[in-house]
Design a binder for this molecule. Sequence first.
Ligand code: ATP
Ligand code: MG
Length: 303
Amino acid sequence: MFMKTNEIIKRAREFAEPFRIRKGRDFRLKDVDPDDTLEFTKEADKPRAKEALAMGVMALAELQDKLYAQDKWAVLLIFQAMDAAGKDGAIKHVMSGVNPQGCQVYSFKSPSADDLDHDYLWRCMKCLPNRGQVGIFNRSYYEEVLVVRVHPEFLAKQKLPPKLVGKQIWEERFEDIRNFERYLARNGVIVRKFFLHVSKKEQKRRFLERIDDPLKNWKFSSNDANERDFWDAYMEAYEEMIQETATKEAPWYVVPADNKWFTRVVVAAAVIEALADLDLEYPQVGEDKLKELAAAKKKLLSK
Ligand code: ATP
Ligand code: MG
């Protein structure tokens, strides 16, 4: 089935809307079912969802081409999730059609000694996308209110002056992150954030698959499995993070992640929505440029 870009954009908005959080205050994680697939019934509609993703990927490629040509806006997509929620797969599939020249992915792991010698935004600021580019953060400064909150020993390693580390530190971090993202928005950097929400049960299934399937053994880390002991603390941290940092200019999308094919459709839809809001156009060329083109054509045709 062939759909025009405008129709795809309309459908994308419908898919993204139920999962978009612009005002965090009343957000409750329990209201999002990780197994949700909207109107798609699982097995029967899976091919339809894959087709929707393929069309979404095409539309994205077109929008990104304009973003690149226009060279004014930058787009920053942030992915956060528990392990095995499908961040890597979502990034890979959703961005599969875009021009690699206009897209960069950065993965943020445990901070290095050099990172720890700076403020926590430092390493991320160095990786912000140029104008015309889509930048993807696979994990981000949000780890600072997630893993660092769940494991206070990480905070202890950050070399902060002790009198700056008190009970208020999380509140302060939320405030700084909100301000940072507003600053980015005011500079033409569009920020969209994704929490891929997988259930504890589905995570267990995926870990077991990584252990049982030799081709997936490399993906398994017993440390990831140990983090399951802290599941409830993580969920509380995620909930509060979204409550405190979902804003109009930098919304969170809380994406059901128990069905990978569905996660990818929603993420693609949200990215399309963000780009479509920019009213991207190819730059118009002026009189002088048109004259230059006509002259070049005449010369080319004459030889
Ligand atoms: P994958 O497992 O799919 O390769 P990943 O993003 O889980 O991807 P890992 O190398 O397994 O990558 O894990 C990175 C780890 O680094 C995560 O456990 C994450 O919580 C941790 N991390 C990231 N940022 C920070 C931070 N600022 N402080 C402490 N730990 C962090
Ligand atoms: Mg990992």
